[in-house]
Every structure is written in C-alpha cells, then in structure tokens.
Design a protein around this ligand. Structure first.
Ligand SMILES: NC(=O)c1ccc[n+]([C@@H]2O[C@H](COP(=O)([O-])OP(=O)(O)OC[C@H]3O[C@@H](n4cnc5c(N)ncnc54)[C@H](OP(=O)(O)O)[C@@H]3O)[C@@H](O)[C@H]2O)c1
Length: 237
C-alpha cells in the first residue's frame, strides 16, 4: 500500500514544494486548497508526472466544522494516510488595538483550530503517523506586530509539544519554523531583503532549506516534539 500525505495549502508556494517533494519520495498526495483551484490543478499535473497519485480537496479552513470533515473525506479516497502537513495559514498585520472578535476568530480558526482538529481527526482515523506543523520564527519572541498571527502560531507551537506527548508512541509531531523565505502576499523582494538584513545571516532563505528541515522530520523516526528554526538565526536576535 502506498503512503499518503495530506498537505494543507498545497497548491502554491511552500505547500506546493512540500507536496512535490513528498511525491518525489513516493507518497500519494491529498492536496488541500482553498482559493487557488487553478494552481492546485497545475500542481496536481506536476505531481502526476512523478508517478504519484494526487487528489484535490477544497476546504475553507476558517470553518472549523468544514475542517473537521477534511480527513474523513481524504480517507474515503485513499488508504495509507500517514502524514499530515499543517501548512495553510493567513498572515495579516493587525495591531492589538484594532483586533475585532471576527478577526481574532478567523486567524485562530485557520492558523490554530484547523491544525488542532485536523490532528484530532487524523490521529483518530489512522493507527500511526507523522504530523508536521508550520510555525514561524516569531514564536520565540513576543513580537506584537501581526498580533493575532503570532498568537495563533505560539498556540500551535505549544500544541506541537503537547500532542507529541499525547499521541506518542504511535504518532510523531514536529514543526518547522521558517524565517524570511518568501515575501508575503502583496510584498516584493525589498520587504524580504529588509527582513533578512535584520537576521544574523543577513540573507533570505529559500524553500530548499525548508524542504531539508521537513525531510529531517520525515526521515528521523526518533524525533518528536521538536521545532526546527530555519530562519538565518532570526529567533536569536
Ligand atoms: N513564506 C515565508 O517566508 C514564511 C515565513 C514564516 C512562516 N511561514 C509559514 O510557512 C507556511 C507556508 O508559508 P507560505 O508563505 O507558503 O504560506 P501562504 O502562501 O501565506 O499560505 C499557504 C496557503 O494557506 C491557504 N489558506 C489561506 N487561507 C485559507 C483558508 N481560509 N482556508 C484554507 N486554506 C487557506 C492558502 O490556500 P489557497 O491559496 O488555496 O487559498 C495558501 O496557499 C505557513 O504556515 C506560514 O505561516 C512562511
């Protein structure tokens, strides 16, 4: 039976490269997307060329109810699900004073509650597996920009550690914490270079470094509860 990975936000950017990397390693891919249908179809085409199977699953993860149905839908299409990648996320810069209840709810729903309930349904549906969460180098600091984003990723950081205990020995739970890798939506290279200038290594990373960190977790059966910072040293400053 082929191994299957569910990747949230797998159509574009880092999620796309993670999906392609898994396909090249022989995994079939349950590729989740929300608004990027066209890109999801294009990524699927690339995955099929590796010889792996790929099915697309649409879900708006701001609905916790819909998020809870995602793993059962994947289970209907695939046997062999064993990897869950919580990559989907929103990144908006709202200061504490401007946060509305709706905004907080949306941020927490997509960035924290969705990974929470996906992990719950994944660990209930299958006997053994690996969960890899995508955090942010900011989780180590008390950065108050992107207030809700940072709070949601800090929550996911602690969830990673707690689930590593709760779900052992059958599941490993780890996280990658990227620094400046790709410019956020709506920002250019200048933004990324400015962010990178403030890191000890003084240059932006690339998705390749993220894939390396991801593969370390994929291949190291003795590691759980770890959060690997791939950030040019940003979390040290
Ligand atoms: N890029 C970086 O340098 C960087 C730095 C630090 C941390 N990270 C973390 O690394 C991960 C990947 O980064 P990225 O920049 O590649 O991410 P991204 O492009 O900002 O977002 C990834 C995906 O999240 C999905 N998403 C957003 N809202 C959603 C919703 N309501 N329902 C379902 N899916 C939704 C989107 O899917 P659709 O496109 O299909 O809507 C999007 O493609 C994220 O968790 C991010 O926080 C990245």
């Amino acid at each position: 039976m082929k191994k299957v990975a569910l990747v949230t936000g797998g159509a574009v950017r880092i999620g796309k490269q993670i999906s392609l990397n898994l396909a090249q390693k022989g995994y079939d891919i349950a590729l989740h997307y929300n608004s990027s249908r066209k890109e999801a179809l294009a990524t699927r085409k690339q995955i099929l060329k590796t010889g792996s199977r790929c099915e697309l699953f649409h879900c708006d993860l701001s609905s916790t109810e819909d998020a809870r149905e995602l793993v059962p839908k994947v289970m209907k299409s695939f046997n062999g699900l064993c990897v869950l990648v919580n990559n989907a996320s929103i990144f908006e810069n709202v200061r504490f004073g401007d946060v509305t209840p709706e905004f907080l709810e949306k941020d927490m729903a997509i960035n924290f509650k969705a990974p929470f309930f996906l992990s719950q349904s994944f660990s209930t549906a299958v006997d053994k597996g690996l969960i890899i969460n995508f955090l942010d180098t900011r989780v180590k600091k008390n950065s108050v920009e992107h207030f809700c984003y940072n709070l949601s990723k800090k929550s996911l950081y602690h969830l990673t550690k707690m689930l590593a205990r709760e779900l052992a020995p059958d599941f490993r739970v780890n996280a990658v914490c990227p620094g400046p890798i790709l410019a956020p939506h709506g920002f250019g290279e200048d933004y990324l270079l400015e962010m990178a200038r403030r890191t000890p290594l003084k240059q932006p990373g690339s998705v390749e470094y993220i894939i390396n960190a991801f593969n370390y977790f994929l291949e190291n059966d003795y590691v759980t509860g770890e959060c690997l910072f791939v950030d040019g040293g940003k979390s040290l400053t």
